[in-house]
Design a protein around this ligand. Sequence first.
Ligand SMILES: Cc1cc2nc3c(=O)[nH]c(=O)nc-3n(C[C@H](O)[C@H](O)[C@H](O)COP(=O)(O)OP(=O)(O)OC[C@H]3O[C@@H](n4cnc5c(N)ncnc54)[C@H](O)[C@@H]3O)c2cc1C
Length: 469
Amino acid sequence: MDILEKLIAELGSAHVLTSDADRAPYDRDWTGKYIGKSLAVVRPANTHEVTEVMKLANHSRTPVVPMGGNTGLSGGCYPGEDRRKLILSLERLTHIRNINTVTRTVTVEAGVVLEALHNAVDEHDLIFPLTFGAKGSCRIGGTLSTNAGGSNVLRYGNARALCLGLEVVTADGSIMNLMSSLRKDNTGYDLKDLFIGAEGTLGVITGAVLKLFPKPTDYGTAMVAVSGTEAALDLLNILNDRTGGAVEAFEYMPKSYFSAMTTRFPQLKAPRTQLADVNILMEIGLTGLERGGAAEILESVLGAAMENGTVFDAAIAQNSAQRKSMWACREAALEVILSRPPVVTTDIAVPLDKVGAFLAQMNRQLADIAPGAEPILFAHLGDGNIHYTVWMDPQGSGANAESDEAVIKAVEALALDMGGTFSAEHGIGVYKLGSMRRGKDPVALDAMRHIKRALDPENILNPGKVLPD
Ligand SMILES: Cc1cc2nc3c(=O)[nH]c(=O)nc-3n(C[C@H](O)[C@H](O)[C@H](O)COP(=O)(O)OP(=O)(O)OC[C@H]3O[C@@H](n4cnc5c(N)ncnc54)[C@H](O)[C@@H]3O)c2cc1C
């Protein structure tokens, strides 16, 4: 029997997809940039079936590409074109095993969709805070494997900070049980942290124990036109001081973003405020411990800032519909920027006190590297994560198509020069292999290669991702 026959015997033919039509949605990534040809898509129902798939793959040296919601932005699920790799979809592992309101933890299978988890814990007046535009499709295993960030990292941390325990199926099909719900566990090397952010190159995450937090009882949300990024970051500190660190989101969207947004999505309404070059969607979430209501705190802080001239205008959401509509503007960002190809996307972060200098310097450099190209920016400003994105050919002349690589190199080099990173939250996949080669410390890269060889000696787990040749 060949591997496909063995997989069908193990999982049933309904869960081993081989036809072009069945594989098509898995073979193509969300952006449409990476379209490959897998050998088959396998859809195990539980951890045991994942172990069986991995044993068969290991035995036959068949490469395996783990997949969650397939919303990753770095080509981490690209199966290549050689029809040799199995896509291992975790989409049937959707069981929430336990919500523990005493330890404030939730135990989930890897295929649980992020938004489904939000809804499940909401019934207990708790939150799992990780959130971003793909929440309706991305799955917990994928968010952990990319160490996803999103809008409220500044308060709660990224996926890594929210994870206490993991269940991992290793390359040879063993189950590594790291399913601790402990906040303290110093029993040697922290293997859990190796698998988080490994993009499926070290093991297949099948389950996780995640932290939960009290649900804020009062949200204050505002769209604020500010005089500059330095003034905006001052506001961030003032708001955090006033609320004991309750700022949940601090998202930057310049005026140019809103005009692109209404072109792409005419149904979305830009907030009724005078827009400036620097507009911030800010949100605070109070749990009742802080003094004063959320809207009142925003009014008082923004009122003072208007008097000293650092804030030009502000719209504070008066109800949940207005809050939702402000967030809809932010969550559309990726579709807005991808609406005018060719587009160059980046995912850099710089220290907060370098954000203003980075933007000014990069805009100047861009005019030299790719004349006529147009930056279309948005950022998780509160943690210095800027998606410096460029419409390479806004006039449709085709003149700038060859400059993509030069722009990426310049953006990432400037970020590194300022003490930043070339990949803040989207990972490496295949998209940033060149950046890894150029920008990652060579000793660190060497250590990563040793770890990869130790955990996956046959190189069957997502080969060709994360580590450049
Ligand atoms: C509209 C939109 C908005 C987004 N906004 C953000 C944002 O604000 N912040 C952010 O960080 N990201 C964002 N992303 C990127 C993406 O949603 C995240 O990277 C997400 O965490 C990926 O989850 P997924 O389940 O779709 O993973 P997938 O795309 O399926 O996989 C991503 C990587 O993880 C590996 N993998 C998946 N599941 C497993 C598993 N169980 N075990 C081992 N490896 C696995 C895959 O092999 C691949 O390398 C956005 C994407 C979209 C489309």
